[in-house]
Design a protein around this ligand. Structure first.
Ligand code: NAD
Length: 295
């Protein structure tokens, strides 16, 4: 059984770490939030005082942190993972961060003889709890092969997307589609309301027609048609508007540096920016329909 350091035990990290504990691994957690640490210990995990202490002696290190700044600090900071991890240690960063930082950290890790993958996820908190996440993995073949059995404990679909940073590239491209399509589906329901077309009727038709997409059939932004969608619980997140905005901004930054044309991605980022500005950042991202209604 491996000794696994797990850094970042929030909404996603904690349930992911639980799967590793259940599989019999020794999990040593680090989180700046004491409550998160207490939850881990109550679930059979162990606590370390800081990242350097957790990294020392670990066979595998998993990070699930909010953004690129925390990831950079955890890996490249003084007493951080790259400094403390022993040669050959497997590093898995599952945070959603910018491609440039992911590649910079991977290069520093490789230079120290560490095996690193960027492995951001899709599937949200429910996917993390059920162990059904999709992992989009960037990294060298050897690092991917080592990471695969660990990722299998936390996810259902594990895809090797290419070299370092390509997992993050896949994640932001996917979430750009999601942000745009959630706005598109929401606009359609708002228009239907104005035209006197019942929401359930639009769903019945569109979910079987060319308007069908995940935002419509799995995460419908109006209450009723999909009982599990956040619309049925006052848009309690789920996946917050703040997180969607973060990913849309990452996509725009990447588009700018890669000189890709993404006008709908830019539009979606601007709309979510206004929605978050209106004070709804912690609500589910499907709540964008309220903003479009002018509520
Ligand atoms: P979260 O805020 O619930 O968890 C992050 C945790 O990291 C917190 O417990 C925080 O205290 C801890 N933390 C912050 N800085 C730290 C540091 N320097 N050292 C140690 N711990 C630190 O966020 P989350 O929802 O778990 O998301 C984590 C990552 O997963 C993000 O990058 C997010 O974009 C991505 N993600 C989230 C979802 C989702 O549905 N929540 C889905 C896919 C991807």
């Amino acid at each position: 059984m491996a000794r696994i350091a797990f850094i970042g035990l929030g909404n996603m990290g904690f349930p992911m770490a639980q799967h590793l504990i259940k599989a019999g691994h020794v999990v040593i957690g680090v989180d700046v939030n004491n409550e998160a640490m207490e939850r881990l210990i109550a679930s059979g995990g162990n606590a370390a005082d800081n990242v350097g202490a957790a990294a020392t002696g670990a066979n595998i290190i998993v990070t699930m942190l909010p953004s690129g700044n925390e990831v950079r600090q955890a890996y490249l900071g003084a007493d951080g993972i790259v400094e403390r991890a022993a040669t050959g240690t497997l590093l898995i960063d599952s945070s959603t961060i910018d491609v440039a930082t992911a590649r910079e950290v991977a290069a520093a890790a490789e230079a120290k003889g560490l095996l690193m993958v960027d492995a951001p996820v899709s599937g949200g908190v429910t996917g993390a709890q059920n162990g059904t996440l999709t992992f989009m993995v960037g990294g060298e073949e050897a690092a991917f092969n080592n990471a695969k059995p660990i990722l299998d404990l936390m996810g259902k679909t594990i895809v090797h997307a290419g070299g370092p940073g390509n997992g993050q590239a896949a994640k932001i491209c996917n979430n750009m589609v999601l942000g745009i399509s959630m706005i598109a589906v929401s606009e359609a329901f708002v228009l239907a309301e104005k035209l006197g077309l019942d929401a359930q009727k639009l769903f019945d038709i569109s979910s079987k027609s060319s308007g069908q997409c995940w935002a419509m059939t799995s995460y419908c932004p109006v209450p009723g048609p999909v009982p599990t969608s956040p619309a049925n619980r006052d848009y309690q997140a789920g996946f917050t508007a703040n997180m969607m905005l973060k990913d849309l901004k990452l996509a725009q930054d990447a588009a700018k540096s890669a000189k890709a044309t993404t006008p709908l991605g830019a539009g979606a980022a601007a709309i979510y920016d206004q929605y978050v500005d209106s004070g709804e950042g912690t609500r589910d991202f499907s709540g964008i329909i309220r903003f479009l209604r002018g509520e």
